[in-house]
Design a protein around this ligand. Sequence first.
Ligand SMILES: [Zn+2]
Length: 225
Amino acid sequence: MIHWIGIALFAAAAASAVRWWITRYDSLGRARSFPWFTIGFFVVLGIAAVTPWFLRIHLEHRLSDAASEVVGARVDVHCQAFGGAFFDVGAELGYVAFGPDGVPERSTLIKRNQCRDLSAYLRSTKEAPSEAHIIAVHVLSHEAMHMSGLTDEGETECLAVQRDYEMTRLLGAPEASARYLAVSYWQSIYPRMSSEYRSEECGAGGALDKGTPEAPWAITGTSFQ
Ligand SMILES: [Zn+2]
């Protein structure tokens, strides 16, 4: 909504300029000075209002491009805006709506904090991701798996851990950093997830093991856990 305030401020700047143009000479034919201060004030406030919106659109494009590569089809990633975060009481960090036929939509909403963490991660060197960065990247992988058609949380989560390396690479991390992020999630965070998100079949040789060399257990060479 804030971008509408920005647009209104730009419109006010334009209206001030038009009003000056119409009345640029007074009744005695003297030129009125251009209202630099008023117009500058509106323009500066307008830029301040639209900048967060512009940055969010830019971030959403980057995340959508990476998620689309992982899914293999065009998907949309949206970041929760300030208004949405204010009224949000849900515990999940991302969300994909399921259609009336039970098929997940190809659009996801990532929570405001995780989008902020993804933005910080993208701007970082990516060499030492914090736990918040690791979780935020994984949330994107997880929602990408939902958008690929999966609905079961245990299956979605297990396939997501096997795509974290790829997602991290797509976000611009070097190989070693992507391996570190994928393995960190698997070893430190996956075991802390609630039982709904974990599966006995998730690990080397399990039914949910896709056998890719990018699975965290393949990267570390660990056996089934
Ligand atoms: Zn989920």
